[in-house]
Design a protein around this ligand. Structure first.
Ligand code: HEC
Ligand code: HEC
Ligand code: HEC
Ligand code: HEC
Ligand code: HEC
Ligand code: HEC
Length: 463
């Protein structure tokens, strides 16, 4: 009898159990999915990193979820284990977290990048065309054309590994700050097993400090640190908008005015809108004739004033991140060397072996001579150099630091290949290349023995 009664009970409880399990399962899956969403990462703990959310939407990885990079493209169970590591962030919610967050608190998995790209992603060299607009009435456009040797040096008989070399062979380094901008020690284990250490004598770390320090193995994220959420300087942002026509380059001083605006401080979205409104009004007063001079540009701008306001206010926020102590400067870009040292954290003329061998530092180790032009065509001269025999003088490790002295030596013969020698920045001769001489590259030089380089821009300014 008892057994008979048991059967319906068991079926009932089994069914109940199934329903409960199904509910729990659904809730579990829903929770799991929610913790994988960008919304969870950016909003769950009261708006933790709004700047990343903004920048992520504008990135090439906009459709790649935060967790795909910050947890990795790995199977679900290892993912669960890895995520529990992120539980430590709960403490941050209670006790507060640093703003902006630094990467150690949000590690990027090696499996993420290499799950979509490969371990050898730099398969070819490519030509990058950077469009810059001047802060003058005409917003004069300059194109800087840089043939980037991502895949290595293929001309002049040289065949170097290129950028993949950093991740295919082991490069380890010590950084003395959380953003990894100061790198006093680098070690490379080359394919043949030779280990070479390069140190920056001006950074003054002693042997004990170096052996005690964390050694980071170089990965994709050490150059592409902004891949998931690129942050641009006001200059770069406005250049991009003018290049794609969003801001009309025919409107006088529009570059200068827009950059000025993006450098303003503000507290909230309402104030951002007010700043934009006022700036547009001032602009209209300053140039009352715009309407007649540039009828369509002005009309278009006027019609879309609301959109423009929305856009500029959005940009203001994207750039300032609505917090006084955080701006685009808090996010250095390590994939070049324009606004922060980037490649020049190591390739700067200071890092050398104990025998004084320099880590490669010539400008043409990484790209061809920059071609700077305000015209709509490229002169052939610089391209011609690409497949020309490279003279022996150029192979000296510190050639770039001495080339101006060499050029001034009697019968130097530089002109046979480079044409008339006249230093400056007007782009009329090889030595007047503003891509080289009109900049002070953060982090570059000094070649340690030469103190004169210390505080100075790279090369002389002005013709
Ligand atoms: C889910 C797949 C996925 C993951 C994960 C991923 N990427 Fe990408 N990445 C892409 C795709 C697809 C593109 C091309 C986007 C386009 O052109 O619109 C791209 C573009 C890029 C570019 C720009 C290429 C260019 O032409 O300028 C870089 C650099 C890059 N990824 C680096 C990384 C790094 C570093 C990581 C890891 C931190 C990473 N990616 C993770 C899919 C991914
Ligand atoms: C030593 C620095 C460095 C490392 C390490 C590095 N890259 Fe790059 N990568 C660059 C530079 C420089 C470029 C070209 C300029 C740019 O895109 O800004 C580039 C370009 C790219 C591109 C665009 C395609 C191309 O050839 O121009 C992709 C995709 C990319 N990298 C992915 C990766 C991935 C994935 C890893 C890790 C396996 C990685 N990179 C490691 C510096 C690096
Ligand atoms: C394509 C890969 C990728 C995606 C997608 C991505 N990130 Fe990142 N993130 C990175 C890399 C690379 C770093 C730099 C790591 C380093 O320097 O060690 C980083 C660093 C960070 C940092 C610390 C430094 C900083 O810039 O503030 C935060 C916070 C962060 N990411 C949040 C997010 C959030 C939130 C999302 C989604 C909205 C996201 N990330 C999406 C690759 C990605
Ligand atoms: C952490 C230090 C470090 C940073 C940052 C770094 N590199 Fe390197 N790079 C090295 C080391 C180490 C080598 C290998 C030198 C050797 O083999 O002796 C190397 C080699 C190279 C080479 C090959 C040179 C040759 O003659 O074969 C190129 C090209 C290069 N790097 C480009 C870049 C670019 C572009 C960047 C910035 C996006 C960059 N590197 C950032 C450490 C660094
Ligand atoms: C270690 C590698 C490396 C060295 C050495 C190097 N560059 Fe670059 N340079 C880069 C990379 C990477 C970029 C970025 C390309 C991109 O953004 O796509 C770049 C970009 C540039 C640009 C374009 C900037 C822009 O946005 O208009 C100029 C100009 C330039 N470099 C000049 C120089 C000069 C001059 C030197 C020598 C003092 C030099 N570079 C040395 C890697 C290097
Ligand atoms: C036989 C022809 C020839 C002669 C003579 C010559 N050069 Fe060059 N030079 C080149 C070539 C080729 C390049 C590489 C261009 C490239 O890679 O795109 C170059 C590159 C350079 C660069 C950029 C190098 C770097 O590492 O960034 C400088 C600076 C330079 N030359 C200065 C000089 C000076 C100064 C002299 C005279 C002492 C001189 N050259 C004599 C052919 C020559």
């Amino acid at each position: 009898m008892k057994a008979k009664k048991m059967i319906p009970l068991t079926i009932g409880s089994l069914l109940g159990l199934v329903v409960i399990l199904a509910l729990m399962g659904t809730a579990g899956v829903a929770t799991w999915e929610y913790t994988n969403s960008d919304a969870f990462c950016t909003e769950a703990c009261h708006d933790v990193h709004p700047e990343n959310a903004f920048a992520h939407k504008a990135s090439q990885h906009a459709e790649v979820a935060c967790v795909e990079c910050h947890v990795g493209r790995i199977p679900t169970f290892p993912q669960m284990v890895r995520k529990t590591g992120h539980m430590s962030h709960l403490w941050a919610v209670i006790f507060g977290y640093e703003r902006p967050l630094t990467a150690p608190s949000l590690p990027v998995a090696r499996e993420s990048c290499e799950g979509c790209h490969t371990t050898r992603p730099h398969r070819h060299n490519s030509i990058r065309v950077k469009r810059h607009f001047a802060s003058n009435a005409r917003n004069t456009e300059t194109k800087v054309i840089v043939p980037v040797r991502t895949n290595g040096r293929v001309f002049h008989g040289g065949q170097s590994e290129g950028i993949d070399e950093h991740t295919r062979i082991a490069v380890r380094f010590v950084a003395s700050d959380p953003l990894k901008q100061n790198i006093p020690w680098v070690e490379v284990t080359r394919a043949d097993g030779t280990v070479v250490v390069y140190e920056d004598p001006s950074a003054r770390l002693d042997a004990a400090e170096i052996s005690a320090a964390d050694k980071h193995t170089m990965e994709c994220k050490d150059c592409h640190n902004l891949a998931g959420h690129p942050v641009r300087s006001p200059e770069q942002l406005i250049d991009e908008l003018m290049a794609d026509g969003t801001l009309d380059p025919r409107l006088p001083y529009v570059k200068a005015r827009a950059v000025e605006l993006l450098n303003e401080d503000f507290d909230d979205a309402a104030e951002a809108h007010r700043l934009v409104r006022e700036a547009w009004a001032r602009y209209g007063e300053e140039f009352p004739d715009l309407k007649d001079e540039y009828p369509d540009a002005w009309e278009r701008s006027r019609e879309s004033l609301d959109d423009q306001q929305e856009m500029m206010a959005g940009l203001l926020r994207r750039n300032q991140f609505a917090a006084a102590d955080i701006s685009w400067r808090s996010f250095p870009d390590n994939s070049g060397h324009t606004n922060s040292p980037g490649c020049f954290r190591c390739h700067n003329g200071r890092h050398q072996t104990s025998e004084g061998d320099l880590l490669p530092v010539g400008c043409t180790e990484c790209h061809g001579i920059p071609i700077v032009t305000t015209r709509d065509r490229i002169g052939g001269d610089l391209m011609d150099l690409t497949d020309m025999r490279l003279p022996r003088s150029h192979a000296a490790q510190d050639f770039i630091f001495r080339h101006d002295e060499l050029a001034e030596e009697e019968n130097a013969g530089c002109d046979t290949c480079h044409g008339r020698i006249a230093f400056g920045t007007n782009n009329r001769t090889f030595c007047a290349n503003s891509g080289c001489h009109d900049n002070s590259w953060p982090g570059f030089g000094p070649r340690v023995e030469v103190q004169a380089w210390l505080e100075e821009p790279l090369l002389r300014a002005g013709p």
